[in-house]
Design a protein around this ligand. Structure first.
Ligand SMILES: Cc1ncc(COP(=O)(O)O)c(C=O)c1O
Length: 517
């Protein structure tokens, strides 16, 4: 191992250097700031790096927080989320620094307590929601309320939309894939910046001879509208075609401009399926205003609990007139077992017994998150901005950048315009990428829970790594030695989380230059 000098920043330097907002042209400004931070190296403490990172002192944190508040005064107005963290997340004290919200949110303690209280309440029995007994009706009633809560959460009119419960968002997307009437004269339009559960739909299309077309993303992911325009051309001779949209990328943080895409899709006669798994946990959506035909979500991503439950929120006209079921094994009292003769509502699309004990927690969880959805975009925009610009500015002792940030830098003027994800590649002092497993091991040692690899989104990963391959060739590309590092914030992320991650980046990542790749 070659000994090297690593700059260990003095606490006050961490406060000012790492957390000042980047304004204007992100890349150019970041470049300038990298230079500025290199020039400021004299202010920091230059030393041979110690074998372990210095433990951050509480006073360092307080000082950095004061600087942060000066730079981002609007953060103060989001303190309701600090109260939530204090009341419902005591278990985070002393735990890992959790920055994998895109992987799964963390449940509030009160949600579990309320759920348990309901299930354990004297005289409250919950039977399978398939008969007319008191216990069965109780389950049915609560399942009904959960459906209503889901509709409310996405602002959908219950006359227009139904909620079909699925095991997760993937199950919801698959349900559309397997029941969409793909034929030789139809098309499937898929986004390049998409999760594998979206890419998977193409298998159903290809099996039926349907042409699959990909639309591209911008330099920082999301939707390239020109590319979409090229492939969406109205086609009078085409039969039923489907456009799938990634609401928010789980890697690039880019959000799709639904208000621009939907009129275009309508004009071209395309049905629309929105993957909202990464979008709805932190973003209010309105299916009244952006009426996609179907929308897939997962509840553990929204409120952390229960796992194993998602939903397809589907236009009744779409499920009735377009989707086709080849198999049915519904478990409700009102459904019959012959495909094509059953009811046209959710009953027909849910396989077997629904998760009737878990569903009351869905309603409770959505209520909790709803209470904070107005302040969440402001808070997450600020935290993500501080984190992203802090990482972008961090340098090696020789002045070389420590990381290449590839996700969207949030716009402080437009809270919530992009997601709370920072995706980056860490670089060694000579500018080559550091392997994922090396970074991940270091993060684990510093007790930081993040995600590395391709995040099930090969299009976004390869866009950013500059690999010139077709998305299709990469779907099952198992090489995760090099990929992206994803740090994602969520419901109860706070300044301390960001500060701990930045401390790790500044003090520990430079040492990884010496670890053999
Ligand atoms: C954008 C996006 N779509 C779909 C999924 C799949 O969600 P689930 O694991 O709930 O099926 C994920 C999961 O991370 C995601 O981020």
């Amino acid at each position: 191992m070659i000994a090297t000098q690593t700059r260990v920043l003095a606490p006050e330097t961490l406060g000012t250097l790492q957390l000042r907002p980047v304004q204007g042209d992100g890349d150019q400004t970041v470049k300038n700031q990298i230079e500025a931070s290199a020039a400021a190296a004299g202010d920091g403490v230059l030393s041979s790096h110690p074998s372990t990172a210095p433990e951050p002192e509480a006073t360092d944190l307080a000082r950095a927080y004061a600087t942060f508040l000066q730079d981002y005064p609007a953060y103060k107005a989001t303190s309701a989320l600090d109260d939530l963290r204090a009341s419902d997340y005591a278990r985070l004290d002393g735990a890992e620094t959790y920055v994998d919200y895109m992987g799964g949110s963390l449940f509030p303690e009160g949600l579990l307590q309320d759920h348990m209280r309901l299930l354990l309440e004297s005289g409250n029995l919950f039977g399978n929601a398939h008969s007319r007994s008191e216990s069965s009706r109780r389950s049915s009633e609560l399942a009904y309320r959960a459906r209503e809560a889901v509709l409310q959460f996405v602002d959908a009119d219950k006359d227009d939309y139904a909620v079909i419960f699925t095991p997760n968002a993937t199950g919801a997307l698959k349900l559309v894939g397997e029941s969409f009437p793909f034929g030789e004269a139809s098309s499937l339009l898929l986004p390049m910046d998409a999760h594998n559960s979206v890419h998977g739909i193409r298998v159903f299309a290809e099996t039926n001879g349907t042409s699959v077309k990909y639309y591209g993303c911008g330099p920082r992911g999301g939707v390239n509208m020109e590319s979409l325009q090229v492939i969406h051309t109205p086609c009078p001779s085409c039969s039923t075609s489907l456009l799938v949209i990634t609401g928010q990328s789980n890697v690039t943080a880019a959000k799709a401009p639904l208000q621009d895409i939907l009129p275009m899709a309508r004009e071209a006669g395309l049905y629309t399926l929105l993957d909202a798994a990464a979008l709805v946990p932190t973003t209010k959506i309105s299916l009244r205003k952006t009426p996609v035909d179907a929308c897939a979500i997962s509840f553990y991503k929204i409120c952390g609990y229960p796992t194993g439950l998602g939903a397809l929120i589907v236009k009744r006209s779409f499920s009735r007139n377009v989707m086709r079921r080849v198999w049915f094994a519904g478990g409700t009292v009102t459904a019959v077992q012959v495909p094509g003769t059953g009811p046209t509502s959710y009953h027909f699309w849910e396989d077997g017994t629904i998760n009737y004990l878990g569903l009351p927690a869905v309603q409770m969880g959505l209520e909790v998150v709803t209470r904070y959805r107005d302040v969440l975009p402001q808070r997450l925009t600020i935290l993500t901005h501080a984190l992203s610009s802090g990482i972008a500015r961090a340098t090696h002792p020789n002045g070389a950048p420590l990381a290449h940030v590839v996700s969207t830098l949030p716009d402080l003027e437009e809270p919530g315009a992009s997601g709370s994800v920072v995706a980056c590649i860490f670089l060694n002092a000579s500018g080559t990428p550091i392997r994922n497993d090396v970074v991940e091991r270091s993060a684990r040692q510093s007790r930081i829970a993040l995600r590395t690899g391709c995040m099930c989104n090969p299009g976004a990963r390869n866009l950013h790594l500059g690999l010139n391959k077709e998305v299709g060739d990469l779907l099952f590309d198992g090489d995760s030695s090099f990929g992206l590092i994803r740090i994602s914030l969520g419901l109860v992320s706070n300044f301390e989380d960001v500060w701990k991650v930045l401390s790790w980046v500044i003090n520990e990542v430079p040492k990884l230059s010496n670890v053999a790749n």
